[in-house]
Design a protein around this ligand. Structure first.
Ligand code: IMP
Length: 436
């Protein structure tokens, strides 16, 4: 068997936007394969190279490194129009993915009526605050056995029959309130847009299995995050895929033995986009400051993100759910210059009881108020610091308190957007990823 120890998963531990793209970009030169296993173009991974930022939505973040082979696994839902645009944008920056991209024949295709249904629902009385990209309906069609897989594109004559049932169900649902493109037009467009991708569609599961057996290193790039996981997140205010560890196995078809370790990514504070519970949210000037200094606006939709202090219990829940070996804490520098920095250590209910338990039903969050521990801030900037020992004492104390609440050691600390702005904790777990 291959060397599972060198295979690493990178997973978000909050509500997404933790900075996974930067970590994947940083680590990917050390990996032969970089794999996306769930989500679609709801994700937005920003990587900054030489001061220029590039937003990736569906293309694995390893794209920027020529030696990385890119795999889109079976758990992904793909918007092929957007995928083409992304590849074109990369090409315009001199980044070519020709010959190093494989799309799972089992991954599903996002179709125009999925997008229409998503937006129609969001216009109703119970909006989730989705990205409006058709993600939920596409996964529903998959679970309802009406989905269109990339492999179906290889038999174009069968496409109308493959698409029809789902299309008709959406039409019945939205009635005359939304004008859907005719089925023929959807099929024609799909044939056109998929043509350049047909040679790239194949057996990604077999590819990854063989790579693992040969001992080639694999980096698994999570999208969204544990609190948005359809099972383990703040349901129903979640996305429609399993963004936590289980999704890696269903979304690639690899067994658990193929995984060496899990690096969990969290910001030094908390953000969320869309509706739903967020006990740490700050509605005051501090929330506004975090948003402005942290540039907390969605990569995919441009929406302002809700901001709050680091939430220990939700991140601890994510560490447990994913078996996280080491933490990457991002954007510590955003907290530079504050008099005090807060840390949510638990939640107080209506009767005054404090708990760190994560309720499983969204309304149960309503009565909970965060217990916040305030720690001294630091005046010396951490921006660009690369040695943990040179961090201001107060920042070190804050990080120690943070890791204590989540019961997980630090492996990496990001102190700025650029690749070189960050500290690697030399004795920490990072599989073999950072040791070589
Ligand atoms: P959907 O994934 O578009 O269905 O949106 C469902 C929920 O997940 C909404 O609250 C979105 O804001 C959130 N969401 C989806 N993708 C991301 C992401 O990449 N970052 C942050 N939030 C996301």
């Amino acid at each position: 068997m291959g060397h599972a120890a060198s295979n690493l998963a990178i997973l978000g531990l909050q509500w997404g936007d933790e900075g996974k793209g930067k970590v994947v970009d940083l680590l990917s030169p050390r990996f032969r394969h970089v794999v996306r296993f769930q989500g679609g173009n709801n994700a937005g991974h920003t990587v900054v190279v030489n001061g220029q930022s590039i937003a990736l939505h569906q293309v694995p973040s390893g794209a920027l490194h020529e030696g990385c082979f890119l795999v889109v696994g079976s758990g992904v839902v793909l918007n092929l129009d957007v995928f083409q645009q992304e590849i074109d944008r990369l090409k315009a920056r001199g980044i070519d993915v020709t010959g190093r991209l494989l799309l799972s024949e089992k991954a599903h295709v996002i179709l125009p009526h999925h997008i229409a249904l998503d937006r129609w629902r969001e216009g109703g009385s119970n909006p989730i605050g989705t990205t409006g990209r058709g993600i939920g309906p596409c996964y529903e069609m998959k679970a309802g056995r009406m989905g269109v897989r990339l492999g179906d594109l290889l038999s174009p004559a069968l496409l109308p029959d493959r698409i029809r049932q789902g299309y008709e169900e959406v039409r019945l649902r939205v009635g005359t309130s939304v004008e859907l493109p005719p089925l023929d037009a959807i099929v024609d467009d799909l044939r056109k847009v998929s043509a350049p991708f047909l040679p790239l569609i194949g057996d990604a599961q077999a590819h990854l299995y063989a790579a693992w057996r040969r001992g080639e290193s694999i980096l698994f790039e999570g999208a969204q995050a544990t609190l948005l996981d359809i099972d383990h997140g703040t349901y129903p205010f979640v996305t429609s895929s399993n963004c936590s560890l289980g999704g890696l196995f269903t979304g690639t078809g690899l067994p658990p033995q193929a995984l060496g370790g899990v690096l969990g990514i969290a910001k030094a504070y908390t953000t969320r986009v869309g509706a739903g519970p967020m006990p740490s949210e700050l509605h005051d000037a501090m929330g506004q400051r975090l948003r402005e200094v942290g540039k907390e606006f969605g990569t995919t939709t441009g929406r302002p993100r809700r901001c709050g202090w680091f939430d220990g219990p939700i991140t601890a829940h994510a560490c447990r759910t994913n078996g996280v070996h080491g933490l990457a804490i991002m954007k510590l520098d955003v907290l530079d210059g504050l008099d005090e920095v807060g840390l949510v250590t638990g939640y107080r209910d209506g009767e005054g009881r404090v708990s760190t338990r994560i309720p499983s039903c969204a309304p149960d969050w309503d009565a909970l108020r965060p217990e916040i521990r305030m720690l001294p801030g630091w005046k010396t900037p951490t921006r660009g610091v690369t040695d943990p020992a040179s961090l201001p004492k107060e920042a070190q104390t804050y990080l120690a308190a943070l890791t204590e609440t989540v019961e997980c050691p630090l492996a990496y600390l990001s102190t700025g957007p650029d690749r070189h702005e960050g500290c690697i904790y030399p004795d920490a777990f990072l599989g073999d990823a950072l040791r070589s």
